[in-house]
Design a protein around this ligand. Structure first.
Ligand code: NAP
Length: 551
């Protein structure tokens, strides 16, 4: 065991948006407290630090996806595009850190491997991978929802002699125009990341070939990005209060909300008119701004899916490939809809080959590439895995937890005594877990994940209120009761009922075929409206933090 540092008042793990927002508010609200952020990467940004793959950019509106608490910065910062590319977002985050001198409280290149609660002095001790210990009274986990990448379980993949990387571990020095020239490239995965990567890689005229290995076809629709002129930026700056107010009024925290009419209440022509309008507009309106029953009524969802399928057919020259690209096992919008810029046209390029893993699954990997069940060896020089993440609970599983009475937090084993056995999260308000006193989660399971910074700012505010409550009353201990956790978890499950989204496997429903014990769907996020979620947090506070035990 390494040396132990002086005890901190608060330790935060993660220097992504959640960790930075937490650090800023702790400093502001508790100026005399000591606080430290521990971060695995060598700089700040979290998701926007790691995901530097080609084509990475927002597909939700940049102007609604930034911190709202620095009014001065809102007036200073000029966004350049409606949907900012990853480098611009990372520059923004770095600028926030520089402006508020946040780096001075962050320790980089440090991965926490275990977290242990000591009842004797009511502290957490975190241990990093080199054995150094860090102790604190309170601990805020800002681990990220999509931060534990998973590689595909293809037998023999370790034998592949070409370059292989996960999109979230994209090498900083890798230049696609230089390093992909003349190469045979494979991409596994057609989620939001795969769709952006494939579109960008296919644009490189110097590549020899691109094989896209698609297991589940994914719905996708045009992003329609545009430049933000200085004039437009000026007018946006005058409307920030209104913009954030609007985000606070919608179920997912985005600027879009559903049309209150039901699909069956209007004529075919009226339906088409709204769908065409949304389709021609930028952003998530085509997902979140359509008829109110689109994701609860099967027939409504089928009609909209048929509309979207026709759009794909119109863009792909080969009808056989178009049919492979149109999802047949789930309707439009029932998984998180990635927005694209020229994705479907990629398949009209003769150097791009779509391999349907539903028709010919992977059999094994060789030194040269990937073999599918029809015996074809797809020879590759570079294999890009856009294969997603052990989402929501995954980053928690990367840490060995010893909570109160040495209780583990999470296990894939259904019979374990872990609080979240078989990866099934049980929380109170998504902020705390039983047997894990003084540990708060920002973007933990059972929180709403729509517009991420909006969710982060709210979760950080709840954590600050709890810390203030402890400070003002001299409490050194806070933990939710088992009953409160059961009640909240039941509420979260009941919110998911009736939503077609929860009948489809994806990271949103806790499924990852590459992770042991994650084959079955769970309710891992708050599926009700973010407005209702915030109301319930506020009610809990007004009731004297009912459900929490303080000492
Ligand atoms: P994802 O949505 O989980 O997609 C992973 C893809 O890899 C899926 O197509 C999956 O197929 C495939 N896959 C996984 N394991 C496989 C295997 N063993 N064999 C074959 N295929 C396999 O992950 P993601 O694309 O990284 O996106 C995750 C989330 O990140 C998004 O939903 C979004 O919320 C966020 N994101 C946002 C942006 C943005 O704002 N612009 C960009 C990127 C990501 P199956 O579907 O069959 O499992």
């Amino acid at each position: 065991m390494g040396s132990i540092e002086r005890p901190y008042d608060v330790l935060i793990i993660g220097a992504g948006l959640s960790g930075l927002c937490s650090l800023h508010h702790i400093r502001k609200r508790f100026p005399s407290w000591t606080v430290k952020v521990i971060e695995a990467g060598d700089s700040v940004g979290g998701t926007w630090y790691w995901n530097r793959y080609p084509g990475a950019r927002f597909d939700s509106e940049t102007i609604s996806y930034q911190f709202s608490w620095d009014k001065e910065l809102l007036q200073e910062w000029d966004w350049k595009e409606t949907y900012a590319p990853q480098p611009e977002t990372l520059r923004y985050i770095e600028h926030v850190c520089d402006k508020h001198n946040l780096r001075s409280d962050i320790q980089f290149n440090t991965t926490i491997k275990s977290a242990r609660w000591f009842e004797s002095d009511r502290t957490w001790t975190l241990e990093d991978e080199t054995g150094n210990l860090y102790q604190a009274r309170f601990f805020v986990s800002c681990l990220g929802v999509l931060s534990s990448p998973t590689l595909p379980a293809v037998p023999g993949i370790e034998n592949f002699k070409g370059r292989l990387f996960h999109t979230s571990k994209w090498p900083k020095s890798f230049d696609i125009s230089r390093d992909l020239a003349g190469k045979r490239i494979g991409v596994i995965g057609t989620g939001a990341t795969g769709i952006q990567t494939i579109t960008e890689v296919a644009k490189q005229s110097s590549i020899e070939s691109l094989h896209v290995f698609q297991r589940t076809a994914n719905w996708s629709a045009p992003l329609r990005n545009a430049e933000i002129t200085l004039e437009l930026m000026q007018s946006i700056k005058g409307r920030y209060d209104e913009i954030f107010k609007q985000c606070a009024s919608t179920p997912s925290g985005f600027l879009h909300s559903a049309d209150p009419r039901k699909s069956c209440e209007v004529t075919h022509e009226e339906r088409l008119a709204l769908w065409e309008k949304r389709y021609s507009e930028p952003g998530f309106g085509k997902w979140l701004g359509v008829f109110s029953d689109t994701y609860t009524d099967r027939e409504a969802n089928r009609l909209y899916s048929d509309f979207m399928a026709e759009k794909i057919r119109a863009r792909v020259t080969d009808p056989r490939i178009a049919e492979q690209l149109i999802p047949k096992d789930h309707g439009f919008g029932l998984r998180r809809v990635p927005l694209e810029s020229g994705y479907f046209e990629v398949y009209n390029d003769p150097k791009v080959h779509l391999v349907s893993l539903r028709e010919t699954p992977f059999e094994r990997a060789t030194e040269r590439g990937l073999v599918t069940s029809d015996g074809t060896e797809h020879q590759l020089d570079v294999l890009i895995c856009a294969t997603g993440f052990n989402a929501i609970t995954g980053a928690f599983s990367d840490i060995e937890w010893h909570g109160r009475d040495n209780t583990p937090l999470i296990s894939h084993d259904a019979h374990s005594k872990a609080v979240w056995a078989s990866h099934r999260a049980r929380t109170f308000l998504g902020i705390m877990a039983h047997s894990m006193p003084n540990m708060f989660m920002v973007l933990g399971p059972h929180q709403p994940f729509g517009n991420i910074p909006r969710s982060i700012e709210h979760a950080v505010e709840v954590v600050m209120q709890l810390l203030e409550h402890c400070e003002q009353n001299g409490y050194s201990y806070v933990e939710p009761t088992k009953e409160a956790v059961d009640e909240w978890t039941e509420h979260v499950v009941s919110c998911s009922e009736g939503a077609l989204t929860n009948e489809v496997s994806s990271w949103l429903t806790g499924v990852n075929t590459n992770v042991e014990g994650k084959q079955e769907r769970t309710v891992a996020r708050y599926c009700g409206s973010a407005v209702e979620y915030r109301k319930r947090c506020q009610q809990c506070k007004l009731a004297g933090w009912k459900g929490l035990e303080f000492a």
